[in-house]
Design a protein around this ligand. Sequence first.
Ligand code: PEP
Ligand code: MG
Length: 755
Amino acid sequence: MLKTLQRIVEEVGSAASMSDALAILVANIRTALKVNVCSVYLVTPGSEHLVLMATEGLNATAVGKVRLSFEEGLVGLVAQRAEPVNLDDAPQHARYRYFPETGEQRYHAFLGVPIIHQRRVLGVLVVQKRARRGFGESAVAFLSTLAVQVAVAIRQAELSGEIQRLLRGELPTDLIIRGLGGSPGVAIGIARVVYAQADLEKVPDRSADDIEEEIAAFEHAVEDVREELAQIRQRMVRALPAEEQTLFDAYAMMLDSDHLIGGTVQRIEEGTWAPTALRDTVRKYARTFEEMDDAYLRERAADIRDLGRRILSQLLAQERGETPYRENTVLIGDDVSASQLAEVPPECLIGVVSARGSSSSHVAILARALGIPAVMGAENLPVGRLDGREVIVDGYGGRLFVQPGRQVRREFTRLAREERELARDLSGLASKPAITLDGVTLPIYVNSGLLADVEPALKSGAEGVGLYRTEFPYMVRDRFPSEEEQIPTYRQMLQAFHPRPVTLRTLDIGGDKPLAYFPVREDNPFLGWRGIRITLDHPELFLTQTRAMLRASDGLDNLRILFPMISNVAEVDEANELLTRARDELLEEGASIGVPQRGVMIEVPSAVYLAEALARRVDYLSVGTNDLVQYLLAVDRNNTRVASLYHPLHPAVLQALQQACEGAHRAGKPIYVCGEMAGDPAAVILLLGMGYDALSVSVAGLTRVKWVIRSFTRVRARALFEEALRLEDPLHVRELLDDALIEAGLGGLVRPGKR
Ligand code: PEP
Ligand code: MG
């Protein structure tokens, strides 16, 4: 037990905030004591009131909502007596009080111990079990010891004001939420939470701008639902037996009920936005029914929720299209979709943060195309409580700052200003070539997956498309697109950039790019059936797609085709054969289509060693560093937990890149880099030094990359690369290159969070 106790104290002590600490505390106690429930209540400073602050086992939504005085309930009794209360059957005790929102009536055994600091009760720790048998002495001793240990931390949090803020349901200032960088840049703005509109539970906390208006909107929505139900009833008269129709009477009664309607109105009057008020009232009301003994009445909870959803959609229907997006909007959500992002007028949108997804998610790619920062995979995002808050998005470091303090805000305001100035200064480079100070030209292409990229890419002076991810046209459908359906998308790209080259990559699904209509379930998808492996096993997919590409290129002659995830030469031979077959078929059908340039992606370690052999079979190689880094370092590119190990400047990566480059050149073929690494100014120096022939980057980084190339000689870049090869730590490589950038007058490209 002692070891467990020490471990809990350590874990609680290293929590990032008091709310995290309390959550860790209750979760650990519940496991250690094998109880059904563990909760912690804290005393509101200066009062004799306890508030439920964290729980494992009771309804999580009761946190912050259950409040009781020292005179009330068993928890109050523990605080009042300032000593443990240990009971076999709590509901039998005279002081027992039932709080419907906690869902606790199923528990009998109860043990509460006070959390005391210098004779003052700061809170109560409670454990509960279903069994009607109290707790042994060791449990009492364990809980009491823990209570003593956490008392000091709670007192400190009280002194710093953190407890008071927590009790008010406020988020602390300078709260930092970590995720993954999805699109580079920094932005300071106001959070706008987006959510699945039909889901009452996803409605965020928001306050009302105009209480009268909110009440009117709510009442209007209730009327609409009343009408809607009357119409449904009408339609059902003949279809449903009479007793089933009483359901509609029950609905009608609920719509008149003071609990649901009156309760919501009351919350709005307190200043809450109507959907938020409705969400809270429905939760409370439904839970009351769920606690009832009568099975029929318990079922009514589902009706209340259904009614709540109906009112919500009427409410939102009234609002739809009218909710103006403010300037400086930072779009935030559990799983922000590309269409939610597209709804925001571009001039209002300055950043995106999503609890799910990664830098390869559609929405992150769209953010990069728009040149706004994005943070993805921010798992601990308190989505419901962020609406309207000031936030800072750090797309470099993958961080979101909520309610930033003065110092953080000042620092990021400076950074954002510098970024704007830099972008303005660099826009002049759009029409200039990427040529080094010693006269070496390095074409800069763009990576794309969306037609939205075309205009900004052309404006930035892209010399073609180095990677068009064809997965996207596949993802937006509910089945594989036909040859005819694919042609217009490819043709648009080929035409927009003509006569510059456009690289269309054959389908690269699997791994982190699933297709809803082609589910592949594997224990280890990154090492499984993905990219070329799928399309070679399904030649019909490969042939349909390459036929569409070839037909789209008719008369343009700027098509390049790229094969992803190649790990051996046989795959290239097969892909080449299929491609030749696709073209032969078209020639037989009377088309006159030229032979496209073919390339192989180097993104699997085996391909690095085989670079020369692979290059002999095609016209060029293109290194996909996103995957290559993950496979070389055994670090999942989308996993926040190991993100700090994902180092594109790792010595092993640099050696692999050098080897691939040399292999291609031995075969007399050019080699490019199209992974995200090619957009990192520090890495650009190395790639230039290694002898890469071209780079392909996302639109937002294009002029920066040009700036780097135009500021160095290849000779200097080569010297820096050789120096980097002698370093053993990726952080030292980063330092070396950052210093070189600063020395060359490109300090504006050295950003925080990169080191
Ligand atoms: C890569 O792996 O570097 C790459 C460009 O492909 P994707 O990011 O689409 O996997
Ligand atoms: Mg890849």
